[in-house]
Write a protein that binds this ligand. Structure first.
Ligand code: ARG
Length: 469
């Protein structure tokens, strides 16, 4: 995942921790412990956090106004260098924090060295990861909205299209394809809610916890939190620098997004197979085979299903990373970044492609309807019809089982059996039975809240549209 520098990027310059060290760090250790080649991704959060800290230091009279101004201008230069790609990231300087601070000091001198007053990399890194993650959660929120909108659109177009609903992957009852798509809208809307909830706990400020115990400088932590748009200040310094539960619960929410994507993927793959033939996926989302000319493979949903494993794996990795760490900060926590970065990248890329892919689905209503008819999907409707005629449900269930048996033997759907044959199963059956035996009749009858009737789907679609904007 990380890009490791080649040996010639290393030099043996002693790492200037302090006069305490009598020999330079070994190259192996330097490479093993450095994180700059992946955590440089946090540069903007690092600068943002530092500027808020410096502003507060000046407001509290801990550094001078001139120092603050120098830090601001140095950071502006440094930011421009990073954006232009001219900033020189140094492995020797271990991580994003030390790289930025060293360059700042190179640019502005002593004020750069004053920036770290009342701060430690321990509270700094926790702040940076939280600021960065907050922004990514917002991106995920927009992507989830876009995907839901795409699903609502396809649901609306297909609110009347009959799909065999399955339980145990056996035909159960007819549902509408639109209703089926709306099930995923519910899942992704809960995912969005979950991420919003996680965001509240991500968006709290560790700065001021310093290394682990707080600091003796008169810091105004609330001020820094307000500057950074954070919702509060972490209330225990040991907890603030050491726990990564916010990253773990984010990963859990992200893993659920992928689990939902994976379920959808599995259905798309099945539906596109020759055995089902319910849908087609636009060619731009498929690939061919190098040996079998007839093949068109649903690679995107297959890969998404596969990438779910990777995101779930990162969740396990983070949980295991945290387990057994004594308070407070331990270097173990440097290992939180790559899984977190990869989780964000994977989920964002997947959601982006799925919003497009859903728009490229072609529905084949005849194939779906044929499959629903083959499976005696309206058997429950016949039982319910008999119940309405006064037959106890368990008896009705038995009567219908006989009817289905005859249907199977004669290769006919229940709606295709003549009235006299149906009356042979129960004398109470009349001509109006065909209203419930048709797939459309069955569908239309399920108007309960959350039911599959097209009128209810239409109502749900309106609700989603109002919610999604
Ligand atoms: N790169 C470190 C991390 O990601 C920063 C904090 C290092 N703190 C320390 N005391 N060594 O966790």
């Amino acid at each position: 995942m990380s890009t490791k520098p080649s040996d010639n990027q290393l030099d043996n310059k002693s790492q200037a921790w302090s006069a305490l060290f009598s020999e330079p760090m070994s190259d192996l250790v330097k490479r093993y412990t450095s994180s700059v080649f992946f955590d440089k991704r946090l540069w903007l959060a690092d600068i943002t956090g530092s500027l808020a800290h410096a502003e507060m230091l000046a407001a509290q009279g801990i550094i001078s106004g001139a120092d603050h101004a120098a830090i601001q201008s140095g950071m502006a230069t440094l930011r421009a260098e990073i954006e232009a790609g001219t900033f020189e990231w140094k492995l020797d300087l271990e991580d994003v924090h030390l790289n930025i601070e060293a360059r700042l000091t190179q640019l502005v001198g002593d004020p750069g060295k004053r920036l770290h007053t009342g701060r430690s990399r321990n509270d700094q890194v926790a702040t940076d990861v939280r600021l960065w993650l907050r922004g990514e959660i917002d991106v995920l929120g927009s992507l989830l909205t876009a995907l839901q909108k795409a699903l609502v659109t396809i649901a609306e177009k297909n609110a009347d299209v009959i799909l065999p609903g399955f339980t145990h992957l056996q035909v159960a009852q007819p549902v509408s394809f639109g209703h089926h798509m709306l099930a995923y809208v519910e899942m992704f809307s809960r995912d969005a809610e979950r991420l919003q909830d996680v965001r509240r706990r991500v968006n709290r400020l560790p700065l001021g916890a310093a290394a682990l115990a707080g600091t003796s400088y008169p810091l105004d932590r609330e001020r820094v939190a307000a500057t950074l748009g954070m919702e509060g200040v972490c209330q225990n310094s040991l907890d603030a620098v050491s726990d990564r539960d916010f990253a773990i619960e984010f990963s859990a929410a992200a893993a659920l997004v992928m689990v939902h994507i994976s379920r959808l993927s599995e259905e798309l793959i099945l539906w596109m197979s020759q055995s089902f033939g319910f849908i087609d996926i636009a060619d731009r989302f498929c690939t061919g085979s190098s040996i079998m000319p007839q093949k068109k493979n649903p690679d995107v949903p297959e890969l998404a299903r596969g990438k779910t494993g990777r995101v779930v794996g990162h969740l396990m990795g983070l949980l295991t990373l945290m387990k057994g760490q004594p308070l407070a900060y331990n270097k173990d926590n440097q290992e939180d970044k790559e899984p977190l970065f990869d989780t964000v990248d994977t989920v964002q890329e997947t959601l982006r492609i799925f919003a497009e892919l859903v728009g490229g689905i072609t529905v084949k209503p005849e194939a779906m309807e044929r499959a629903a008819l083959r499976g005696y999907a309206t058997a429950t409707d016949l039982a319910d019809y008999l119940v309405r005629k006064g037959v106890p449900f368990r008896d009705a269930h038995e009567v219908v089982a006989h009817a289905v048996k005859v249907g199977i033997e004669s290769g006919k759907d229940l709606s295709e059996l003549p009235l006299d044959v149906l009356q042979g199963f129960h004398a109470g059956i009349a001509e109006d039975v065909y209203d419930v035996l048709t797939l459309q009749g069955s569908l239309n009858s399920r108007q309960v809240i959350g039911g599959t009737a097209p009128v209810e789907a239409t109502r749900q679609i309106a609700r989603h549209r109002a919610r999604l904007g």
